[in-house]
Ligand binder design. Structure first.
Ligand code: 8DG
Length: 387
């Protein structure tokens, strides 16, 4: 059994919002890496007390400890670390490296450029990335049986019954309508897509040419997406396993447009080719992880994965994924008979990798503090934010 150490570190900000990092000095483990100032908790010491003492000793400042940010359990070769990170609300004095350590004030968006120990990767993510990851449900699950075609048409939608599908290529969902119907449908397409993002222009041209409007079920799905965006969701996985594969690229493109406007990040489930075409990230299914030998998208594009085991997590990390989703956390109606791994099970998986992780399975926004106490970036959910 390797030894366990409890470390508490602080996020110290200056008046310009920059965050203080200290460089680990020679002769210590992880020498040369940048870290959040702090140190080991002594027996009987509270995390707050330990942080105040460490910051006084290391930097010569008097700190007032604020909110909890995240607690990261992390397995290192020689020890098991629990890194408890707190915001420093205010401090007095001037921070100086009193133990010979170099200091640097870093704008938050530049933190990922600094080489830090593995446990700090989730900390940096917690400082800058969304804590909620919405996974969309299938549009079909929301279909209203018996929806009146007339009212759907009045709302600018097409009659599905009049559609003859001429599938060609990845965005090949097309409808063979009469000339005037096609013209009015073009208006509907314009309304759905608005002024097109340059990246989506090829899809837009095709949509206009083929007059591909969205049906009422799909429109309601987009309205639910709008509500999630209005509720502050900023990271979204577009997933619709049961949806008509011919229609999905069109619906996904409409969703991407909305997310771009709201400045939300988008990852597409499973389909690397369509993700590249839409200019969005890729969310890998667990089964896809074992089939890949290299990161399937360009470096600047987000790649994530769904994982259930330590092996899958290591694979996701080795592939260069930006984050992963781990579950199932609590028993859910969608996975009957599965007890869920619980927060302790989550933390045990958490410590095997340094990837930022979202917990999924029966969770919602109210679970965020508990998630952060167990090292999670946050919570992923389908139903919680989909109204
Ligand atoms: N202060 C601080 N420590 C960190 C961070 N990330 C991280 O992995 N650590 C690790 C490095 C060390 O193993 C441990 C901090 O211990 P320390 O700095 O007080 O003492 P040390 O070098 O003698 O550590 P050790 O050899 O006893 O493990 O926590 C971080 O952001 N801040």
């Amino acid at each position: 059994m390797s030894r366990s150490i409890d470390v508490v570190a602080g996020v110290i900000r200056d008046a310009r919002g920059r965050i203080l990092l200290a460089r680990r000095t020679e002769g210590r483990d992880l020498a040369g890496l940048w870290e959040f100032p702090g140190g080991k908790r002594e027996p009987g010491e509270s995390p707050e007390g330990a942080l105040v003492r460490e910051l006084r000793e290391e930097l010569g400042i008097e700190a007032e400890v604020g909110d909890h940010l995240i607690t990261v359990p992390q397995q290192y070769p020689d020890k098991r670390l629990t890194l408890d990170v707190r915001e420093v609300r205010t401090f007095s004095g001037t921070a100086r490296g009193r133990e010979g350590q170099a200091l640097v004030w870093v704008p938050p968006h530049k933190l990922p450029a600094y080489q830090m120990p593995p446990a700090d990767v989730p900390v940096v993510a917690a400082l800058g990335q969304p804590d909620r990851y919405l996974v969309t449900p299938e549009p079909t699950a929301m279909a209203t049986v018996g929806q009146s075609v007339a009212s759907a048409s009045a709302a600018g939608a097409v009659e599905e019954g009049s559609v003859a599908n001429r599938l060609s290529g990845p965005v090949g969902s097309a409808f063979d309508l009469g000339r005037s119907a096609a013209a009015s449908m073009r208006t509907a397409v314009d309304r759905v897509f608005g002024s097109l993002d340059p990246l989506l222009e090829p899809i837009g041209q095709r949509l206009r040419r083929d007059s591909v409007p969205l049906n009422p079920t799909e429109q309601r799905w987009l309205q639910a997406l709008d509500r999630a965006l209005a509720g502050g969701i900023r990271r979204i996985q577009l997933r619709a396993h049961g949806h008509d594969p011919a229609r999905w690229p069109v619906l996904a493109a409409a969703a991407v447009m909305r997310c771009r406007t709201a400045k939300a990040e988008v990852l597409l489930n499973g389909d690397a080719a369509l993700a590249a075409q839409l200019g969005v990230g890729l969310h890998l299914r667990a089964a896809q992880l074992s089939q890949l030998t290299q990161r399937p998208m360009a470096d600047e594009v987000l790649v994530a994965a769904s994982c259930h085991t330590a092996d899958e997590l290591r694979r996701a990390q080795d592939l260069g994924c930006d984050f992963a989703v781990v579950g199932t956390l609590l028993p859910t109606p969608s996975h009957p008979g599965e007890p869920g791994i619980g927060w302790d099970g989550f933390a045990r998986l958490r410590e095997t990798v340094s990837l930022p992780l979202y917990a999924i399975g029966g969770l919602d926004s109210a679970d965020l503090p508990e998630a952060r106490r167990h090292g999670a970036q946050g919570v992923a959910a389908i139903r919680a934010w989909w109204r």
